[in-house]
Design a protein around this ligand. Structure first.
Ligand SMILES: Nc1ncnc2c1ncn2[C@@H]1O[C@H](COP(=O)(O)OP(=O)(O)OP(=O)(O)O)[C@@H](O)[C@H]1O
Ligand SMILES: [Mg+2]
Length: 501
């Protein structure tokens, strides 16, 4: 049998208080796509960070083309032919798309160090078009949304002509359309002999594109199966270590009483004339494509962005929201799309992140209630099953999915009337997703109104009482639960969306 391009043998790695990897072995064949799956904190990213040079110290051996290697850093691995799209995006916001893609490379630079502008421009333009996108390479990264940044990171990694490309949750911010384009591009790369490691919590993607699947759980290797022999249910069971039942909870019917009303909300050039109402106990899904304006609308409602016209009413009273502080005071909370930027403070502990917006609740009773803080934090940690050695750990050290749960915990610890969730299950494993759907349901039954944005249409359909479809910054339609399919939403967008008109 041919030597695999990568062989990792008996890899172990610890962090203070955590065994992230225990005796894990992993083989990657040439010209293949290998899915790496497992629950949050299973050790997937850590294993791939070792392969891509981010961690130089570990136990065990790594072989590349049959030769033992020990990369000192990511640059070393990249030079050898291994590139990675990291889970947490890592770009320079002040630079253009073009400069980010070509960062640190000698492409389009003469021997004397001059930049060959045209060559750089043409090259990046071609790379962008190969993925079916229409970005202007001169756009600054800071002007892009999360999904667009993710696409740029992907372009950057696959433009290196690496023999091994690692993708750690590459589609977490992408909608179905961009995901499809990425899948096609990955198939091309595979044809060319590139070996790809594909980490994802979206099993349908893993099953549609991978040749092999490796499952990890609790820092250990659980098994590797060829796709022909893999059954989705079995893979899920290997991931969670138990049988899993229905993903979406049974929905309780929602009340009739209006809780939140948005009237003719506009922000010039971003979204226009958005009106909708949210009832008590209702989960209202918002569906749409990348760049449709979904996040922009809810950001304005929460006061993160301004709006130029329109009004917001809560329980029948108009509320003026100029900043998130106003929104929080009124009883509106939001889990933003970009958790690393707006969601948490990485260098602060889990506990302090969770109580951060609730200073008003705890501060006046601080001395009396310190134990109350610990108790509340511990309770919510358990409820959301946040995996962390203790709540004093810095959030930056948590796995991606657990970071997301901290952002949720921050709001669920206090009483809110309206909870806006923008992609709350991004990068979260199936067990935790189920848990979040269950919690959303529970909070809705208790009278909360929830606005839920997700790029996974199946998920929006699964959890919402009602779905608004947004395109080109406008609400273009509405569906009731039980009366909607993925196709129906797509059709509406094609028919009424901006692409046509
Ligand atoms: N730099 C670090 N310092 C301390 N602990 C860490 C660090 N990086 C990872 N860990 C811990 O190691 C374990 C494995 O984390 P890892 O990020 O590899 O998980 P993962 O499988 O990628 O999870 P996810 O699906 O949530 O991204 C987790 O318990 C995590 O909290
Ligand atoms: Mg990870």
């Amino acid at each position: 049998m041919k030597e695999p391009i990568v062989r990792m043998e008996h890899i172990s790695k610890s962090f203070p208080g955590v065994k992230a990897l225990q005796d894990v072995s992993f083989e990657l064949k040439r010209g293949s796509i290998h899915g790496l799956v497992g629950e949050n904190g299973a050790g997937k990213s850590t294993l791939m960070k070792i392969l891509s040079g981010a961690y130089a110290s570990y136990q065990g051996d790594v072989f590349f083309h049959g030769n033992k290697v020990q990369f000192k850093n990511e640059h070393d691995a990249l030079e050898a032919g291994i590139s990675i799209v990291p889970q947490e995006l890592n770009y320079v916001p002040q630079l253009t798309i073009e400069d980010n893609i070509l960062l640190g490379r000698k492409v389009g630079v003469t021997k004397l160090g001059w930049l060959e502008e045209k060559k750089r421009h043409d090259m990046t333009k071609k790379l962008i078009e190969d993925l079916g996108l229409a970005f202007n390479p001169k756009t600054k990264m800071s002007e892009l949304n999360v999904a667009q940044c993710q696409m740029v990171e992907i372009i950057k990694a696959i433009s290196r002509n690496s023999q091994v490309v690692i993708m750690d949750e590459p589609t977490s911010a992408l909608t179905d359309v961009e995901t499809k384009q990425l899948m096609n591009r990955l198939r091309d790369l595979k044809e060319k002999g590139v070996a790809i490691v594909y980490i994802s919590h979206k099993l349908d993607e893993v099953f549609s594109i991978c040749d092999q699947i490796t499952v990890m759980r609790d820092s250990k290797w659980i098994g590797s199966v060829a796709i022909e022999d893999a059954e989705e249910n079995e893979v899920i069971e290997m991931m969670v270590g138990r049988k899993v039942n229905e993903l979406y909870p049974e929905k309780a019917s929602c009340g009739k009483e209006e809780l939140l009303r948005v009237e003719h909300l506009s922000r010039e050039g971003v979204f226009q004339d958005v009106s909708f109402c949210l009832k008590r106990g209702e989960i209202l899904g918002i569906s749409g494509m990348m760049g449709a304006g979904r996040s922009e609308i809810v950001r304005a409602i929460f006061g993160l962005d301004p709006h130029s016209e329109g009004a917001v009413y809560l329980e029948g009273m108009e509320i003026k929201i100029k900043s998130p502080v106003d929104a929080i005071k009124a009883g509106i909370a939001m889990v933003p799309e970009n958790r690393a930027e707006d969601g948490f403070v990485g260098g602060m502990s889990v506990k302090h992140n969770i109580i951060l917006p609730s200073g008003d609740i705890y501060a006046k009773k601080f001395f009396l209630e310190n134990s109350k803080i610990n108790q509340d934090v511990e309770e919510i940690r358990k409820k959301l099953s946040i995996k962390v050695p203790n709540t004093e750990e810095h959030v930056v050290n948590l796995s991606g999915g657990n970071q997301q749960k901290v952002v949720l915990a921050k709001w669920l610890i206090r009483d809110v009337k309206v909870l806006i969730l923008d992609e709350p299950t991004r990068g979260i494993d199936i067990g935790a997703k189920q848990e979040i759907y269950r919690l959303m349901n529970e909070y809705a039954v208790a009278g909360m109104g929830i606005v839920f944005i997700s790029s996974e249409m199946q998920e929006v359909i699964g959890v919402s009482h009602r779905i608004l479809v947004v395109d080109g910054g406008s609400v273009i339609g509405e569906f009731a639960h039980g009366d909607v399919s993925q196709n129906a939403i797509m059709e509406l967008i094609v028919k009424k969306g901006r692409k046509k008109g």
